[in-house]
Design a protein. Structure first.
Length: 434
């Protein structure tokens, strides 16, 4: 420890609970500018505002910091056991067999048709509520990626689970033991999904046809760990089925809004998308690699509007952050939103400049900090899949349409920051490109 100082804070009128509730992004941006790398939102609630402290906290998660408890309750095991670190490592390794970049590249043909359908079925000439359409397309992609031929069996239960979870993240954060109606609804939907998935697992095991999808990877024994218990598979897939659509939906909203607001950028994406084959079933990883400008745009939008704009951690042991001591129990909020908008990392940070992600040879690079998927031991497992689906949805939409915000005084969306950064109620209109 170098000092007993506490991080600086804005005045109470600028950053008290009321100001925070009214304009979280504004308070975070002002505090990062005025207070520097680490600031204090409330007693024992610190915010890591710039690249260095954000990356430190995320990298040290699991040994100096812990994540907050998840939404879903773990499935009860017949022997009463609880998952330990070995089982968690086994589950992670099994999921990553299906989610690492090479595995995703090999399954682009399973993602591209739903991405193309999302664009082809867009009702033209009228204002469309974008997020529910995106959510439905992404849920289809996710279900197919996880369960391939069993997708239809699990789709309805998966959709209700996602709906129940959305209710939880928008409800007031009461202690976990309070049985609110939203929590009871979530518990019921979790049980229904688990039962349907158990049926699929039993059938695959009894026929020996484990499948080549993500579930199939989890059913295969690993040489290091052996077989993963069914309860662990069910818990993993309960989280994954929601993760495949929830955050990507918000990202699609921000990307399509950006296309509507920057027609010149949309034009470049559209031009590039002509390289995609007309039949989406034949799209491969090589086609995706060619969409460099579109990939750069996706990264640039995630830089400006990271859906997980604030990641919560709690210190588990005495440590130090940005020169300030951190006591165990202190909540540290990691803020990719302000880190991404630091001019030291990304010059002219408020401006949309997809080209900043491309080097002189036109290859993708990482010009500065990029944390929309977090980093370290709890980083997003679905990064490659998410980038692939967002790139394809963006390209397929831009090649068919000009998007625009509805004319008139009513805003096209409202920005929500509680839970995640979301363009709530986003409405856009598509007109076919000639
Ligand atoms: C635009 C899309 C996405 C974004 C921005 C995103 C972002 C994130 C972030 C920031 C975290 C870490 C949360 C934290 O540290 O508290 C995370 C965790 C996770 N994400 Fe994603 N995600 C996306 C899509 C996906 C997809 C498509 C999947 C599944 C295929 C997925 C699966 C997961 C899982 C399993 C974790 C938990 C990892 C762990 O706790 O060890 N995500 N995601």
């Amino acid at each position: 420890m170098t000092s007993k100082r506490q991080p600086p804070q804005l005045s109470r009128s600028e950053a008290g609970p009321r100001a925070w509730r009214r304009d979280r992004l504004g308070v975070a941006a002002r505090a990062a500018q005025e207070c520097g790398d680490v600031w204090q939102l409330a007693p024992r609630v610190y915010v890591a505002a710039t690249a260095g402290p954000c990356e430190t906290v995320l990298q040290r998660t699991t040994y100096e910091y812990e994540t907050t408890p998840g939404t879903f309750l773990p499935t009860k095991r017949p022997d009463g056991s609880v998952p330990g670190p070995t089982e968690r490592a086994h589950g992670h390794a099994a999921r990553m067999r299906a989610l690492r970049p090479k595995a995703v590249a090999a399954r682009i043909g399973d993602i591209a048709p739903d991405a193309a359908r999302f664009a082809a079925d867009w009702p033209v000439g009228r204002d469309v509520d974008v997020l529910p359409r995106a959510q439905s397309a992404l849920a289809d992609i996710g279900c197919r990626y996880l369960f391939s031929t069993d997708a239809e069996t699990l789709q309805a239960a998966g959709a209700r689970l996602a709906e129940a979870r959305e209710g939880i993240i928008h409800s007031w954060p009461l202690p976990p033991w309070v049985p609110t109606p939203t929590r009871r609804f979530l518990a019921r939907q979790q049980a229904v999904f688990a039962e349907a998935l158990q049926g699929v697992i039993d059938r695959r095991r009894s026929t020996g046809r484990l499948g080549e999808d993500l579930l199939g990877q989890m059913l295969r024994p690993s040489s290091q760990y052996g077989l993963l218990p069914d309860a662990a598979i069910i818990d993993s897939l309960t989280g994954l089925i929601v993760a495949t659509a929830e955050t990507p939906t918000r990202a699609v909203g921000w990307i399509l809004l950006t296309l509507a607001r920057h027609p010149e950028v949309a034009g470049r994406v559209a031009a590039e998308a002509h390289a995609l084959p007309a039949d989406p079933h034949t799209v491969t990883g090589a086609h995706l690699d060619q969409l460099r400008y579109t990939q750069a745009l996706v990264r640039e939008v995630l830089r400006l509007y990271p859906p997980n704009w604030l990641l919560a951690r709690r210190a588990t042991r005495p440590t130090e952050l940005g020169g300030y001591p951190v006591e165990p129990g202190t909540m540290v909020l990691v803020c990719p939103y302000t880190a991404h908008r630091d001019p030291v990392q990304h010059p002219d940070p408020g401006r949309l400049r997809p080209d900043r992600w491309l080097d002189a040879a036109g290859s993708l690079g990482t010009p500065g900090v990029f944390l929309p998927f977090s980093t370290g031991p709890r980083a997003c497992e679905g990064t490659s899949m998410a980038l692939a689906e967002l790139t394809l949805i963006t390209a397929e939409t831009a090649r068919r349409y000009h998007l625009s915000e509805p004319p008139g005084p009513v805003p096209s969306h409202r920005i929500a920051t509680f839970g995640a950064l979301t363009p709530v109620g986003l409405r856009l209109r598509a007109t076919p490109r000639s």
